[in-house]
Design a binder for this molecule. Structure first.
Ligand code: ASP
Length: 456
């Protein structure tokens, strides 16, 4: 049993409880979906009985309460954990080594992921399995939400401004819109940049800045206490969220998009179990099996919440307590990774774009496909770690290679299911990088006073 598990009171460790919650949620959701359309007299727009709609409504409510308990501390945690990590790493040369290695892993893993996705779509050709009638039905059903996503994508800026906006003009304004993408600049990336600047300044003048470092340590500790409480609700919250999704998903949708979903899941599975295992083994020599076992709580939570940001506190905790990574490396790599490294999302973006091109009969040349690889890898870096955070980015990349934005509607029906799977890969990727970077950057510098690590 892992140390995190031992912390849990009761008969079952937390990761088992979350797993059971997810299983129960999916089982009831599927029963509701299949039975709900037959048992009820009054069917809603979704073809479900009214009482199932009410159950979904309340299950979503419970799930949202759980998600909000996690989201409410994401910002204070990202800010305090990242700036403290920078203070603790202290020496700019060491920080540079950690930063560069992190960036190196992010680039390699993101590009591998997109190449994998694009390669599988070319090989299996899932787009050919969707008939014209199925395509039209899906487009009509999700046209409204596709329009909303297109609007969001239109607000995106040229690359020059994106880089400038990494430097926040007003960090508070960026923080306000960091989770829902409504900030003026780059949202979470800008907040992270500010946190690094604050951390570097504190490291440069440790005596003068000591009170601030202590305050940041207290913020980090408070965030972890709130998360500890929220995690007690995780089996129920995550179970309710997957109940609502599987009850709404509908088997018709899954049949029409079966091959698309199968290719995406196959690619994600290869990235998770083959690519990550090879990287781990080659870099650290650690057994991938024990690694996955140690991080299982973060894996189940990522699946249940579809959010890297909501999973961040748990990732930090398992990294410190189960993987025994130094808090400064875990804090730095994982907070940066939750927004800056999304391999599963990058892979998914590649799959979606090539799949839609196949469905619509658009021929993408090798140059177009290379552009997709490059853009999807970059888009994975800036995507908000929230459910559906990647959709506006996907629309952007689609437009750049001439795929009509509205056709995103075709895949929206199964997006949430695939979001759960890609978030697992995103979170696992962050933990793989944290493990590898800490192995490659051993450092015995003493921990700066004022920072209580997440697990303390
Ligand atoms: N839900 C994903 C995450 O939080 C982002 C996405 O792919 O939409 O990592």
């Amino acid at each position: 049993m892992t140390e995190t598990s031992q912390l849990q009171a009761g008969r079952w460790p937390l990761h088992t409880k979350i797993f059971v919650g997810l299983l129960v949620g999916v089982a009831f959701g599927l029963i509701a979906n299949i039975g709900g359309s037959r048992l009820g007299a009054d069917l809603s727009n979704n073809g479900l009985a009214d009482w199932i709609e009410i159950a979904i409504y309340w299950a979503e409510g419970v799930g949202q309460v759980f998600l909000r308990l996690m989201f409410m501390v994401v910002l204070p945690l990202v800010f305090s954990a990242l700036s403290l990590a920078v203070v603790e790493i202290g020496d700019p040369a060491h920080l540079g080594r950690v930063g560069l290695r992190t960036i190196g892993f992010v680039c390699v893993l993101s590009i591998t992921a997109v190449l994998l996705g694009v390669g599988l779509v070319n090989l299996i050709q899932p787009g050919k399995a969707v008939s014209v009638e199925q395509r039209e039905r899906l487009e009509a059903r999700f046209a409204k939400s596709a329009g909303d996503k297109e609007e969001k994508a239109k607000k995106s800026k040229p690359i020059r401004d994106t880089i400038i906006d990494m430097l926040p003009e007003n960090p508070l304004q960026e923080a306000v819109g960091a989770l829902d993408g409504s900030s003026k600049g780059n949202g979470m990336l800008a907040v992270m940049f500010f946190a690094i600047v604050v951390g570097l300044s504190c490291a440069a003048r440790p005596v003068e800045c000591r009170p601030l470092v202590e305050l940041l340590g207290a913020f980090s500790a408070v965030s972890m206490i709130v998360i500890e409480f929220a995690m007690k609700l995780a089996p129920y919250g995550a179970g309710c969220l997957v109940f609502a999704i599987s009850a709404q998903l509908g088997l018709e949708m899954l049949t029409a998009l079966f091959w698309f979903a199968a290719v995406a899941i196959l690619g994600l599975a290869i990235q998770m179990f083959v690519v990550y295992s090879l990287v781990l083994r080659a870099t650290t020599g650690e057994s991938p099996l024990s690694f996955f076992n140690n991080i299982s709580e973060a894996i189940f939570l990522a699946f249940g919440t579809s959010s890297s940001s909501a999973t961040l506190p748990t990732s930090i905790r398992v990294a410190e307590t189960n993987l025994h990574l130094p808090p400064k490396i875990a804090n730095f790599v994982l907070t940066v990774g939750a927004t800056g490294n999304q391999n599963g999302t990058a892979l998914f973006e590649g799959v979606v774009i090539l799949f839609l091109a196949q469905v619509l009969g658009i021929n993408l040349s090798l140059a177009d496909q290379l552009q997709v690889v490059l853009m999807a890898s970059l888009a994975g870096i800036g995507t908000a770690g929230v459910p559906g955070g990647s959709i506006p980015m996907i629309v952007l990349v689609m437009q750049s290679v001439g795929i009509p934005a509205g056709s995103i509607a075709i895949i929206l029906g199964v997006d949430r299911l695939l979001d759960m799977c890609r978030t697992v890969v995103n979170v696992t990727g962050d933990l793989v990088i944290a493990k590898c970077v800490s192995h490659l950057c051993p450092d015995d510098a003493p921990v700066t006073a004022g920072h209580s690590s997440a697990s303390e």
